[in-house]
Design a protein around this ligand. Structure first.
Ligand SMILES: [Zn+2]
Length: 981
């Protein structure tokens, strides 16, 4: 098609589209503005409405304006389809500008947004309300700092101009012709030169001359010749918080879901897939009519709950147990409310997927996985769209990446044609999924997209298209696929590597909340009393929602972190309160000291109790009374000059407070690279080309400043049980104070750090060059670990220049290794023999002051003989994260373990009460990556034991004798054990 023909045909298309609406009748407006948080419809009805006219300004940022809209359909329009056309001042795309929910007869009706500008009018008297949200556009990139939304929400200036409110006639035959023409033109433009393209072009040109609908009908009637079948599912990706706070996402859901329900009535074949049970829970709580509508449409098979997690959570940062709870609470909600069990994990927009996910999918009763995010990889594009993803434990799940590479499809013929053409597994599976509808900020499908679906159902030049449910796609596609390839291990996302570090305060609160809930549950179970189930349920759901893929990763506006930090501190407080009262009960009254250990291995540690350091032995998952007065016998630890040493390590530093030597006395070897310095804080320029809060670009390495200058260094404590030296540094506008601590009998050298951080576009890392050589390093992930290379041989190795881990990473050669532990960090890089932990970033978009201010964190170096498994690295990382707690009390019983396991290979992640009974749930997993037989001894009142899935549904009974259970575990196997009294 030549340029001239193309231009003319586009002009014809635009004329046809413009002719769909005609005539005009006025609508009258009055308004009631609300400056603060949103109000209910009932409250809005009590407002005083004042005159308002089209062209007036409204809406200071983040405020709400209610518009009462009234009018009368002219008599002459009888029998015509009438619509109310509205432009409330849209500036940008759907979900990223002002938007409104229309209310009719006191109920949510449909959304009004840039792509849903008209409402169907069915009675002569027009009378409805718009709840208009003055949502400002956030700034995600650019030379100037993003605006602070916390500041902007105080601005009094109206931000929008109401541009249009009128009644019009929507001419149905004109609309049909316009959409037919548009579909054919899109198709012709998408096709390569050839017969079909020429034929469509000829028909379009003929129509332009003759206006004869039969010409278009003939061109549309030729059936598809394609062997590819597209299952098209309506969808609206709604970020639970991102460039808006949670409270606005709640209203986005109300708007989007109202539209989806209305379109289902209009188009009986329309299917809408909707994830994130947390958002449904909002509807149940705040919009009962919408929730009721959803319930009916789920029952009718039109509304499809998808996904399995409570929210579409980040998967790099949450703990294993938190991921398990995402599934538990997510799937249980759908099952309880709709009697519907989802089978797929639906994470189209999440920044990387750990190798433990396939097992978690399977353990929660699922079979399928969906994302498209890896199409964003900056280095290596995924080789397949449909394949088997095999996790670290060997579990395989049928996985599909929709080949349109988007979850916000527009249903243009071009996107459909390219979707089929780009599909990489046609010879193994002739079917793909296509998600259409406005998303990220919500919105969902618009009517024209569904019209497009009907026109593309079976048309020559395009693949076959059916409106479908995702579940039906997965069932059919997995059954008919053959010879699929297998991808083993993590699905690392080659982008957004800054999200392991950005918004560090929220990440630390997340880690602490995870640990606090672990303790609260375990000690509550131990009391045997009434279990604070509803408090824990609320607290867990707070934690889970804040693990959403734009909250925990750090990619949201400042307002979101104000909310998140408050919410997570609330979780820590509630869980801490539960733990305190449970431990008080368990310890009882008395003058002894009682130590509690939440970890599933016995520990011997230096602990500060009542102002005094003492060495304490603590049993696994249990507690013990200790004699506070007894002297501690341990090898002395001491500081002399610039050296501190215990029986295992001798640590030396220079006048700058940089480590010059870590001598392993037991292994008789130097830990640091000869001549190199250890614990060097390195400051890099950090200016990602785009996605400021999200990305670290590899060229950050071109600049590095070692923070050498020392303000002060002083010995704080010198033996016999602990030595501590403090180093204070100033750089830029920031200060940093580190306390280097070594305990008697310990191989863990801790760096307790406080930073007052006021840099901009800087990246701070701590570096340890170590005398260990290995082509691979090991990193903890949820319920296991993975190896990644320490070199850049291939593009895949190069792309992993910054990786995520849970609590530890280890670099080991034959006979020796070094682990770098953390108590709230997630970003690492290990290149050659230099191990580095990422500490802080300072992006300016979308939060202009992300991470500025005070931070606390601890990391630790643990040199060890032998393999990290036998050396106890996993236990040491758990101990760093879960300190022993000492309370005063007098215990009749001296020592008690709720659960003891006879091998360190098996780790207990959680002891909790079952969701639906008084049974106790014990979650454990094989942590070494090897087979084992474990004996588990429990002191809990239990007469029967069952192996369950993550949803706590029994699978099989296991035999138990005198509280002893024998279990066989394969590498990284997760087991959920239910103990019944
Ligand atoms: Zn998203």
């Amino acid at each position: 098609m030549d340029v001239l023909a193309r231009t003319e045909l586009k002009a014809t298309r635009d004329q046809l589209l413009a002719a769909v609406e005609r005539e005009s009748a006025p609508l009258e407006l009055t308004t009631f503005a609300v400056r603060d948080e949103p109000i209910t419809f009932a409250e809005a009805m009590r407002g005083e409405y004042r005159a308002f006219k089209v062209g007036d300004r409204w809406g200071p940022p983040w405020s709400t304006t209610w518009f009462h809209i009234r009018g009368r359909v002219p008599e002459a329009w009888a029998g015509k389809r009438v619509i109310a056309v509205l432009d409330i001042g849209f500036e940008g795309s759907t979900g990223f500008t002002c938007e409104a929910l229309a209310w009719r007869d006191g109920k949510p009706w449909r959304a009004v947004d840039p792509n849903h500008r008209w409402l169907p009018i069915t009675s002569g008297d027009v009378d409805f309300y718009l709840e208009a949200a003055a949502n400002p556009k956030a700034v995600v990139s650019g030379p100037d700092k993003a605006p602070s939304m916390i500041a902007l929400r105080e601005s009094p200036e109206p931000a929008f101009i109401f541009r249009q409110a009128e009644l019009r006639i929507q001419d149905q035959s004109a609309r049909t012709l316009a959409l037919d023409f548009k579909t054919l033109l899109d198709l012709a433009l998408a096709l390569p030169d050839g017969d079909r393209r020429a034929q469509i072009t000829e028909a379009l040109e003929k129509f332009a001359q003759t206006n004869d609908p039969a010409v278009l009908a003939a061109a549309m009637s030729r059936p598809s010749q394609s062997s590819h079948q597209i299952s098209a599912v309506g969808h609206a990706h709604i970020d639970t918080a991102w460039l808006w706070p949670l409270r606005e996402a709640r209203r986005k859901c109300a708007r989007t879901f109202s539209t989806a329900l209305a379109l289902m009535d209009q188009y009986p074949d329309y299917r809408f897939a909707c994830s994130q049970p947390a958002q449904y829970a909002w509807m149940k709580e705040s919009y009962p009519e919408i929730f009721d509508g959803i319930r009916k449409k789920v029952a009718a098979g039109q509304w499809e709950p998808v996904g399995s997690m409570w929210v579409e959570a980040d998967c790099n940062l949450p703990s294993g147990e938190a991921l398990a709870r995402q599934f538990l609470h997510g799937k249980r909600f759908f099952m309880k409310e709709f009697g519907y069990e989802t089978k797929e994990l639906w994470l189209p927009d999440v920044f990387g997927y750990p190798g433990s996910l396939p097992q978690l999918i399977a353990e929660s009763g699922g079979n399928f996985f969906l994302t498209q995010k890896l199409s964003w990889n900056d280095t290596n594009k995924p080789a397949h769209h449909t394949f088997i993803w095999e996790g670290i434990d060997g579990t395989g799940v049928f996985t599909h990446f929709p080949p349109a590479d988007t979850y916000n499809g527009d249903f243009s013929a071009g996107q459909i044609v390219h979707s089929a053409a780009d599909f990489k597994d046609q010879d193994r599976s002739p079917r793909s999924l296509y998600l259409f509808g406005w998303g990220d900020g919500g919105g969902g499908p618009e009517p024209d997209m569904i019209e497009s679906a009907h026109r593309l159902r079976n048309i020559d030049g395009a693949p076959r298209v059916e409106l479908s449910r995702a579940a039906d796609f997965f069932a059919v596609a997995s059954a008919e696929a053959h010879d699929l390839t297998t991808w083993v291990g993590e699905l690392y996302f080659e982008l957004h590597r800054g999200t392991y570090t950005t918004q560090s305060r929220t990440k630390r609160a997340n880690r602490r909340a995870e640990q606090a809930l672990r303790e609260a549950e375990m000690w509550s179970v131990a009391t045997g009393d009434s279990y604070p189930a509803s408090e824990l349920d609320v607290a867990w759901k707070q934690l889970l929602i804040n693990q959403f893929h734009d909250i925990l990763p750090g990619s949201s506006i400042d307002w979101v972190y104000e909310d998140a930090e408050r919410a997570l501190e609330g979780v820590i407080e509630v869980a801490g309160g539960i733990t305190t009262s449970a431990q008080a009960k368990l310890a009882g009254a008395g003058e002894n000291l009682v130590v509690f250990n939440v970890n599933s291995h016995a520990r011997r540690e230096v602990v500060e109790a009542e102002g005094r350091l003492t060495i304490i032995d603590a049993p696994a998952c249990g507690w013990a009374t200790i004699d506070a007065a007894a002297p501690s016998h341990e090898d002395a630890i001491s500081v002399a000059g610039r050296t501190m040493e215990n029986s295992l390590l001798r640590v030396g530093w220079d006048e700058h407070g940089l480590l010059t030597s870590i001598w392993d006395k037991q292994a008789r070897r130097e830990v640091l690279t000869p001549g190199a310095r250890g614990n060097v804080l390195q400051l890099h320029d950090d200016n990602p080309k785009q996605w400021d809060a999200w990305d670290v670009d590899i060229d950050y390495r071109k600049s590095a400043t070692d923070l050498i200058a020392l303000e002060a260094g002083e010995v704080e404590l010198s033996g016999p049980l602990r030595a501590a030296v403090t180093f204070r540094r100033k750089f830029g506008a920031s200060t940093l104070e580190q306390r280097m601590v070594l305990d008697a009998g310990s191989r863990v050298l801790r760096f307790e750090t406080e930073v007052d951080w006021h840099e901009e576009h800087k990246f701070l890392k701590a570096a340890f060059p170590v005398a260990v050589r290995s082509p691979r390093a090991t990193y903890e992930i949820q319920f296991g670990h993975v190896e990644r290379t320490t070199h850049t041989n291939t593009s895949w190795d190069q792309a992993r220049f910054e990786v995520c881990a849970q609590r530890w990473a280890d670099l080991g050669e034959a006979g020796y290794g070094v682990a770098l532990l953390n108590d709230c960090k997630y970003g690492y890089d290990i290149l050659g023999s230099v191990m580095r932990l990422s500490l802080l970033r300072a992006p300016t978009h979308p939060d202009p002051t992300a991470d500025r201010g005070r931070h606390r964190f601890t990391y630790a170096l643990m040199p060890h003989p032998g393999d990290f498994r036998e050396a106890g690295v996993i236990a040491a990382a758990e101990d760093l994260n879960n300190p022993l707690r000492v309370v005063r009390g007098g215990l009749a019983e001296e020592r008690r373990s709720l659960i003891e396991v006879d091998t360190p290979q098996v780790v207990v992640e959680a002891i909790k009460r079952a969701e639906d009974s008084d049974a106790v749930i014990v979650r454990l997993y094989e942590s070494w990556g090897g087979r084992c037989r474990a004996h588990l001894q429990t002191a809990l009142a239990a007469s029967r034991a069952f192996l369950c899935d993550l949803l706590e549904r029994n699978r099989e009974e296991v035999s138990m004798h005198d509280g002893m259970i024998e279990l066989e575990l394969s590498p990284f196997k997760i087991l959920t054990l239910k103990l019944e009294a």
